[in-house]
Design a protein around this ligand. Structure first.
Ligand code: HEM
Length: 368
């Protein structure tokens, strides 16, 4: 087995350098001429504008003339996704209550324990184990049965939000995947009533958003524990997870559109201009976080890893709590041996480990 391993810190540093390089005036904001959108990557800029009414979500507009036989599918897909909570600036969805209710009913220890069953033979966990664990979590949150096919569909739709669409065919495939998740969610009843379209698309979006993100947080935290040789106990586990979420947020950036003209730091942003907020990179802003690349659990400053403002993550508490339970379980009696990341999945808006080995000492696990 190769000893080759990737550093998460290096991967995030590189993304930061790539973004900062084009900011010749070091203003924390610049217009990207090729991509045709503004980039904002410092903490104050992201925080101020995402919490303001100057920005709104950019509904997905794709010319239907590009599609022939798939036109009806794409039209339905766009209509559902554009009505869903990620594009609504008005109200929150009943899916927020639903996922928290379902999370309270969930026996996290039991499903975490199940994912450790294979460790006794293999002596490690890999991406297959954690994808399956994350799928169980995501399904349970929205009220679906865990299902590998649906999980693959969710992963495919996630690529749309991560900026990893590989052309028109892939876009059509993503639309089909979304419809598969949507149909499964429509089968869930809301009380005695079946879900309406908006409820079903909100659930489909929540299912997609819950996929792999928590797994990424778990891997990043374990990598940090192994890399920085951290000692974990019941009192500091949550702070360690929060600090890992600051340094290695799987969501790199969130997109918006200007809802009105704004003069910002001497630059003129016009209504309709697109803006990419690099919230994960704002977590490295030295003007806000002391020694931003150092792992310092228990910082007072709040990271932007889960977004901020109107569309802030609805699963933040769940992800932090579930990841903390997993890390606590993994770290008992020093059972974590090492973490090797061998492949990264990178998109415009996402970064995370896609292949990894989490080495475990099994005798300590068996003692419990
Ligand atoms: C480590 C785990 C996670 C990270 C880093 C994360 C990150 C984020 C971020 C940055 C946003 C803001 C998007 C924006 O401003 O446009 C967001 C939104 C969202 N997240 Fe998460 N998330 C995580 C886990 C989850 C989980 C477990 C769920 C469970 C359902 C979830 C559901 C959502 C939903 C539905 C939204 C859209 C909210 C809206 O547009 O109003 N996320 N997430």
């Amino acid at each position: 087995m190769s000893e080759w391993t990737l550093s998460l810190t290096d991967a995030y540093k590189k993304r930061l350098e790539d973004i900062v390089r084009d900011d010749t005036e070091r203003k924390g904001i610049y217009y990207h001429n090729e991509k045709k959108y503004w980039i904002i990557y410092d903490y104050a800029g992201c925080s101020e504008l995402l919490n303001s009414h100057y920005v709104t979500k950019n509904r997905m507009l794709v010319p239907l003339t590009l599609f022939q036989e798939e036109k009806a599918l794409i039209e339905r897909f766009l209509s559902l996704i554009n009505q869903s909570l990620i594009f609504r600036d008005d109200c929150k969805s009943d899916v927020v209550r639903l996922i928290h209710q379902n999370f309270r009913k969930l026996s996290c220890d039991e499903i975490i324990e199940r994912s450790f069953l294979s460790v006794m033979d293999k002596k490690y966990l890999d991406e297959h184990d954690l994808i399956s664990l994350n799928n169980t979590l995501a399904s349970s949150l929205v009220g679906l049965e865990p299902d590998g096919h649906l999980s693959d569909h969710a992963y495919n739709v996630g690529m749309l939000f991560d900026g990893r669409v590989r052309g028109k065919e892939h876009f059509v495939d993503i639309a089909r995947s979304f419809m598969a998740v949507f149909e499964a969610c429509r089968g869930i009843t809301s009380g005695t009533e079946p879900c309406n379209d908006i409820q079903a698309s909100d659930r489909a979006i929540a299912y997609v958003a819950a996929h792999q993100t928590t797994m990424q947080l778990i891997v990043a935290t374990l990598w940090a524990i192994s890399h920085f040789r951290l000692s974990v106990n019941a009192d500091n586990v949550r702070e360690i997870v929060v600090e890992a979420s600051r340094l290695y947020s799987p969501v790199l950036s969130v997109g918006r559109v200007m809802s009105q003209d704004l003069s910002f730091r001497g630059l003129n942003l016009r209504q309709g201009d697109r803006v990419m907020f690099y919230t994960a990179l704002a977590n490295f802003d030295p003007g806000f976080f002391d020694a931003p690349f150092q792992f310092i659990p228990g910082r007072n400053e709040k990271p932007l890893s889960f977004g901020t403002g109107m569309h802030m993550c609805i699963g933040m508490g769940i992800a932090l709590s579930f990841a903390s339970s997993f890390i606590a379980r993994t770290s008992v009696n020093g059972s974590l041996r090492n973490v090797r990341i061998t492949e990264l999945a990178e998109g415009i808006s996402a970064l995370g480990a896609s292949r990894f080995i989490i080495g475990m000492n099994c005798h300590e696990l068996a003692e419990d």
